[in-house]
Each structure stands twice: as structure tokens, then as C-alpha cells.
Design a protein around this ligand. Structure first.
Ligand SMILES: NC(=O)c1ccc[n+]([C@@H]2O[C@H](COP(=O)([O-])OP(=O)(O)OC[C@H]3O[C@@H](n4cnc5c(N)ncnc54)[C@H](OP(=O)(O)O)[C@@H]3O)[C@@H](O)[C@H]2O)c1
Length: 258
């Protein structure tokens, strides 16, 4: 990130889903900016590589292997962060899932899979983040939203509704916990060629180049959002520069709306 230095000096940042995509990008850049970082997910091999990059940046990392569909795992993520580092200053709620289905075709199993991760895990991670941040003297929670949060494409209904619920959760925390020094903000993330997005598009017969060209047609800025476009905004929201930024919706989408 250019010449900016020590934006997150000695902070402890916890990330749900720090093994891939923007979560991974934030984990590594947060370490370069002086933070110790707790990452989480199911993929231990991918986590190992992220931990190496955190160490190369001169900071400590810790991986919590978990399945966010279990609320006990949400508690364990923060328990391990407190055990290892003694405090939690920031929480990035990145993990999510984006299967496709219309309202007429959606089934209860897929609906539950989407809500278990995008809403229930976010809810119980936020509960535990607040518990730890109260002991740490405050903190910053960043929820990753989507342009789908307000209406959504026709074949993303459960996803769109889950991100709408996440927006309300963010507003709730922002309004009711600012007095505890805990800030919450929503980051509307643009259409980004992460591992998850590219895997979804591969099932629809598109390779990464085709995905980029297809997406570019819908995005006013004329290209997909890249991980590097998103990381600085997220780091800002996690940092003390955003002390008075509470309940914001920071759109980094290249102008994309649904
Ligand atoms: N890509 C886009 O265009 C886009 C646009 C707007 C918003 N978003 C949001 O960005 C976030 C990431 O989505 P993505 O599709 O782009 O994926 P991604 O970068 O591939 O990352 C998904 C992350 O979530 C973790 N995860 C998923 N299910 C989990 C579970 N059950 N337990 C633990 N960790 C789990 C994964 O960890 P493991 O693989 O290690 O389990 C991975 O680190 C989501 O919140 C999504 O709504 C994405």
C-alpha cells in the first residue's frame, strides 16, 4: 500500500475466512501494517501459505481451523485469539457463500447453507467479537456486503436476502455499541475474481478471462474489482483513522448496483 506505514500497529485482527481472496489480502497487508492476525477457515493448506506471508511481514499469525456452520466454532475463533494475543481490536467478517437459485427454485437445504454462514456465523462471530472488544477497550467490526444486499439478481435470492440481514446487523451494532468504543461498518464489495467467484463461474463454463470480460459489461467502471482495490478501504475501516466512521456503507464496486 504505497508509503502508508503502521496503519494497524500492534492491533490484533481476526478474520473469518482469511484463507482466500480478499480475506487473505487483508491478512497479509494488515501484518505489513503492523498487526498480528488470526485467520480461519477449513483449508489448512491455504492457511499455511497465508501464515508464512504474515511471518515474512514480521508479525505473528494464528490459524483456527473451523466450520462456521457451527456456532461453537465462532466462539472458539475468538477464544483462541484471546489466548494467543490477549486482545481483539478488529474483526473482518469475510467468509460467505454465494450459490445461485431463484425464489421459485430455492430449496430449504441450500437456504440453510447460505444463512448458516452469511447470517448465523456473522451474528455469533459478532457476539464474540463484542465480548472480546469490550475487554480490549473497543474495536472495529467490518462486515462484507454485496451490491445484492438491496435487491439482488433474480438467481441470487437467498444470498441477496442474507446480505440484507447482514446490513441490518451492522446497523444494529453501529447504533448500540458505539458507546462501548466498538464501531461497525458495512463494506459493499464489488464483483471480484476471488477463488470462490471463479469456482462458481467455472461451473457455468467460464474461465477467468471470460469471467472478467463478462463482468466488465455490467460494471460502470469497465472492469472487475480486484483484491487490491478493496484492501485499503477495509484497512482504513479497521484503523484508528476511522474513529468517527460508524454505520457507514463504503461501496467499492466500480459503480455496480443491482
Ligand atoms: N467475489 C465477489 O464477487 C463478491 C462480491 C461481493 C461480496 N462478496 C463476499 O465476499 C466474501 C467471500 O466470498 P467469495 O465467494 O469471493 O469467496 P472466497 O474469496 O473464495 O473466500 C471465501 C472464504 O470463506 C471461507 N468459508 C466459506 N465457508 C466456510 C465455512 N463453512 N467455514 C469456514 N470458512 C468458510 C473460506 O475458507 P475455507 O475455504 O478455508 O473454508 C474462504 O476463506 C463473501 O462474504 C461474499 O458474499 C464476494
Amino acid at each position: 500500500m504505497g508509503n502508508i506505514k503502521d496503519l494497524l500497529k500492534d492491533k490484533v485482527i481476526v478474520i473469518s475466512g482469511g484463507t482466500k481472496g480478499v480475506g487473505k489480502g487483508v491478512a497479509v497487508e494488515a501484518a505489513r501494517q503492523g498487526a498480528d492476525v488470526v485467520i480461519s477457515g477449513r483449508d489448512a493448506e491455504a492457511a499455511e501459505k497465508v501464515l508464512k506471508e504474515i511471518e515474512n511481514a514480521g508479525r505473528q499469525g494464528h490459524f483456527v481451523k473451523l466450520n462456521l456452520r457451527n456456532p461453537e466454532d465462532c466462539a472458539r475463533l475468538f477464544d483462541e485469539a484471546m489466548e494467543k494475543f490477549g486482545r481483539v481490536d478488529g474483526f473482518l467478517n469475510y467468509a460467505g457463500t454465494t450459490p445461485a437459485n431463484s425464489l421459485e427454485e430455492e430449496n430449504p437445504e441450500q437456504f440453510d447453507a447460505v444463512f448458516d454462514i452469511n447470517v448465523k456465523a456473522a451474528f455469533f462471530c459478532a457476539q464474540n467479537a463484542i465480548r472480546c472488544m469490550k475487554k480490549s477497550g473497543g474495536g472495529s467490526i467490518v462486515m462484507i456486503g454485496s451490491p445484492h444486499s438491496w435487491c439482488g439478481e433474480k438467481d441470487r435470492v437467498a444470498y441477496a436476502v442474507s446480505k440484507g440481514a447482514l446490513f441490518t446487523l451492522t446497523e444494529h451494532i453501529a447504533h448500540h455499541y458505539a458507546q462501548d468504543g466498538i464501531r461497525a461498518n458495512f463494506l459493499t464489495m464489488g464483483w471480484t475474481p476471488t477463488e470462490g467467484e471463479l469456482a462458481l463461474r467455472a461451473t457455468q463454463g467460464m474461465d477467468p478471462e471470460q469471467t472478467r470480460a463478462f463482468a466488465a459489461k455490467f460494471i460502470p467502471a469497465g472492469r472487475m474489482t480486484e483484491v487490491e482495490d478493496l484492501v485499503p478501504g477495509i484497512l482504513y475501516l479497521l484503523s484508528d483513522y476511522a474513529s468517527m466512521t460508524i454505520g457507514a456503507n463504503l461501496r467499492i464496486t466500480g459503480g455496480l448496483y443491482f
